[in-house]
Ligand binder design. Sequence first.
Ligand code: G3P
Ligand code: CA
Length: 225
Amino acid sequence: MPLKIGHRGAKGYVAENTLASFKKALNFNVNGIELDVHLCASGELVVFHDFTLDRITNGSGEVSQFTLNELKKLTVQDRFKIPTLQEVLDLIDKKCLVNIELKGKNTASACCEIIKNYVEKGWEYSSFIVSSFQHLELEHVFKINKNVPLGVLTKANLEEAITFAETINAKAIHPNFSLLSKRNVKATQDKGYLVNTWTVNTEKAIARMNLYNVDGIISDFPDKL
Ligand code: G3P
Ligand code: CA
């Protein structure tokens, strides 16, 4: 069975990328949790999807322009707080795999530092997978720490993702599910990559991904997996 991975926690049920959403995903006994990170102006990694605050908070402007102190004063969907990556890792506490998507620019170095600290505290490198659409960030992680498992995200071209994955010794390809066929999933796995696909929400699409024998399914509704 593919790993069941909660997208931004359990986005289908609770405000995305919040501690409440991650708790909900853990309650569904997920094998993994996917989250997005940005570097804020005071240097911490915060767990947030968009580059701007406007869609889901009472703030406005670019996440990267605000200090952690300023971000903590905002509310997400009127009741939740923006968490730091450390707050989320402390909540997850080794209970499942953590897929950290480097969404913002200049996130690689801070992410490597945090992963190293958690490994020193008893986590395994294999409890993490760092993914990104941004090749520069993934290259940066590869340069800093070869132990960090990497995943190449793609929504457009599986072959291009594999070609790039070879250059950074990535462990996984993370394609949008619409790119996949039984044949190309197998071909990707035969090249030595895990295939973790997103964001698979309907029963029909989940059944198709199961049939294709993908390695992980990232869903807003991880309880449906
Ligand atoms: O990591 C898979 C998926 O989360 C990528 O797209 O926009 O939901 O971050 P997005
Ligand atoms: Ca994401």
